[in-house]
Design a protein around this ligand. Structure first.
Ligand code: CP
Ligand code: NVA
Length: 297
């Protein structure tokens, strides 16, 4: 029995297997007459819908639990919620503020626990990102992804996932908003030395993919104005994207803030792959669930 709290909970071979399963449209109904619990401490459009539909496509029944319903460590302890949900469900997936909540879930859960985004990681997003990059380029080894923006959960999982696939990783963040040292160690352990800079142009030059995310993540709304000041010059606009490879694609996990981390022109332009990327959330979720439930690729 395995959990997915971060992409590197998989070996590189297992990651390839999950991506192969994600591409299959003929997976067995391994969730028939079974449930999957989807616990949300924060809002979600893509993650909730892609997970629910992936569960349905595998023959199962998703139960989405809203922030006010369970109350992790408020109404009941994280451990008691986990043991309860495991009585009914084949998999427990959760979007949480504190990554440690997921670790506590995994430590007592008799069924797989999946991270649907925490303060540290967003592995389900990274799986979809890899599928999208493969759709664009085929084999990823030797390709370069440039992330411009906050050294956050999305940045960390993307860098780990890309490193595991043999990609080069560059990250441009303003001073004070870089990846944490522990994240950098973890990216190195995934097989890549990330090139870190405070200059977006240095990161983007010649890259195959340019990726950004919001400047203020969920829970950081009070810092939004301060962050807008700190991230001035980090907007992915046409001029910045023009510095990437002529065949470069633009990716964004969404939701997007036009005029902040990306211009409307880039987001809606011909190099933007954000909608195929959003669709790939569902295929990635189906592949990961099938793998966790023992389907061979
Ligand atoms: N990219 C992503 O996780 O989107 P949601 O917050 O809408 O789930
Ligand atoms: N970094 C963002 C990603 C949203 C999908 C957040 O944590 O809110």
């Amino acid at each position: 029995m395995r959990h997915l709290l971060e992409v590197d909970d998989l070996t590189p071979e297992e990651l390839v297997a999950v991506l192969a399963l994600a591409r299959r449209r003929d997976l067995p109904a391994v969730l028939q007459r079974r449930g999957v619990a989807l616990v949300f401490e924060k809002p979600s459009a893509r993650t909730r819908n892609s997970m629910e539909m992936a569960v349905v496509q595998l023959g199962g029944h998703p139960v989405t639990i809203r922030p006010d319903e369970v109350g992790l460590d408020v109404r009941e302890t994280v451990e008691d919620v986990t043991r309860t949900l495991a009585c009914y469900h084949a998999v427990i997936a959760a979007r949480v503020f504190q990554h440690s909540h997921l670790e506590r879930m995994a430590s007592v859960s008799p069924v797989p626990v999946v991270n649907l985004l925490s303060d540290e990681a967003h592995p389900m997003q990274a799986l979809a990102d890899l599928l999208t990059l493969e759709d664009a380029f085929g084999p990823l080894s030797g390709r370069t992804v440039a992330y411009v923006g906050d050294g956050n959960n999305v940045c960390r999982s993307l860098a780990i996932a890309a490193g595991m696939m043999g990609m080069q990783v560059r990250v441009a963040s303003p001073p004070g908003y870089e990846l944490a040292e522990a994240d950098i160690q973890r990216i190195r352990a995934a097989g890549v030395e990330p090139q870190l800079t405070t200059e977006p142009l240095d990161a983007v030059r010649g890259a195959d993919a340019v990726y950004t995310d919001v400047w203020a993540s969920m829970g950081q709304e009070a810092e939004a104005a301060e962050r807008r000041r700190a991230f001035a010059g980090f907007t992915v606009d046409t001029a910045l994207l023009d510095a990437a490879s002529p065949s470069a694609v633009f990716l964004h996990c969404l939701p997007a803030h036009r005029g902040e981390e990306v211009t409307a022109e880039v987001l809606e332009g011909p190099r933007s792959w954000v909608w195929p990327q959003a669709e790939n959330r569902m295929h990635a979720a189906r592949g990961l669930l099938a793998w966790l439930l023992g389907v061979a690729p």
